[in-house]
Design a protein around this ligand. Structure first.
Ligand SMILES: [Zn+2]
Length: 354
């Protein structure tokens, strides 16, 4: 090869190499540029996302998480009118702040115990102690509940002569300080046709219908669960019957003794038609304190409340009730009050005085 052609070849190689290097530089530059752009893009995407989260967080902060009412349990008497302004209703926001609500609130209830009219909630005259009604408070799509619990205190149903003014209420309290009028006769007395009875006297074989229905269920449960045959001995007693009973006790035992085991006329629960003395064959159909130790008596003490009855004169509470222990004397007070009294271990007097 001539010197000239060798030089030509070298120049050609140099040019090719230079072009190659140049291309390489351009390529590298373009790749690194892209990467940077990619990084920039992803950074700005992330920024955007953060902004959006921030924005949605701000929106959530103004969203209500729930509404609350206080008090959440309200105690009322029969016949009371509750103004809704007695409740404080608050909106709780997701941010943690809260705000009192005054407008656009409505109250609803499915209970017969209350009637709602604009801002007033009227409690029924018939509402009995230990009854309760749920009120639902609504604001926009939010709601919460408040419970109205009925408590008819002693003072709200007695007059200045110690005469009870609610003689036909199932939660009436009749005792030595609170009596019934001589003319009071329950309107819905029924004859005890379908349960065992130990006396033939037609008057005492009566009870108010609600108490009789409950007693039938109690007797049926005693038979089904334990094969106990319970007997009704003495239910309703008129004022006049109590007059003759009490005067015969006084002439036989003296007044002081008679007052311990017998009620004076008007002071007997038997006149309410809600009380029943029960017995069984192992008691020889009599009434005495050994009934409390019999299997039947024990079962009754533990189960009567499930049917709306209480053992009215418990052991150890003689000073409070004014009567000696009478495990046989059941008093119908309704299911909810019987349950509360059973569970609290209080007498009827203590329950109302707490
Ligand atoms: Zn009795």
């Amino acid at each position: 090869m001539s010197r000239k052609s060798r030089q030509k070849k070298q120049r050609f190689l140099l040019i090719v190499t230079s072009i190659f290097i140049l291309l390489l530089i351009v390529m590298i530059k373009s790749i690194s540029g892209n990467t940077k752009q990619d990084l920039d893009t992803s950074q700005s995407l992330e920024d955007n996302e953060n902004k959006q989260t921030e924005q949605s967080k701000n929106t959530n902060d103004n969203e209500i998480s729930e509404i609350k009412i206080s008090p959440s349990i309200y105690t009322a008497k029969a016949g009371e009118i509750i103004n809704t302004s007695e409740f404080e209703i608050e909106a709780m926001y997701k941010s943690g702040k809260s705000e009192k609500l005054n407008d656009s609130i409505s109250f609803l209830s499915e209970s017969d115990l209350v009637e709602i009219d604009n801002n007033n909630i009227s409690v029924s005259d018939k509402a009995l102690t230990a009854d309760s009604a749920i009120l639902t408070v609504k604001y926009k799509e939010y709601s919460c509940d408040v419970t109205v619990e009925i408590f008819n205190d002693f003072e709200s149903n007695i007059d200045e002569n110690s005469l009870v003014t609610n003689p036909s209420d199932y939660d009436v309290v009749v005792n030595k300080e609170r009596h019934l009028s001589s003319s009071y006769v329950p309107e819905d007395l029924v004859t005890l046709d379908d349960i065992p009875k130990s006396l033939q006297n037609p008057e005492v074989n009566q009870l108010r219908k609600v108490a009789y229905d409950a007693l039938k269920e109690l007797f049926a449960a005693a038979k089904e669960e334990q094969s106990f045959e319970l007997y009704a001995r003495s239910g309703y007693r008129s004022y006049n019957t109590q007059v003759s009973l009490y005067s015969s006790y006084v002439s036989n035992h003296g007044q002081e003794a008679a007052d311990k085991f017998s009620a004076r006329p008007g002071q007997s629960e038997h006149q309410t038609g809600l009380a029943m003395d029960i017995t069984c064959s192992s008691m020889n159909y009599q009434l005495d304190t050994t009934f409390g130790e019999k299997e039947e008596g024990k079962w009754v003490a533990e189960n009567a409340h499930k049917f709306g009855f209480i053992v009215r004169y418990p052991k150890g509470k003689e000073e409070i009730t004014g009567y000696q222990y009478e495990p046989w004397h059941l008093r119908y007070v309704g299911l909810s009050l019987a349950k509360e009294i059973y569970e609290s271990n209080l007498t009827l007097e203590e329950y109302f005085e707490q």
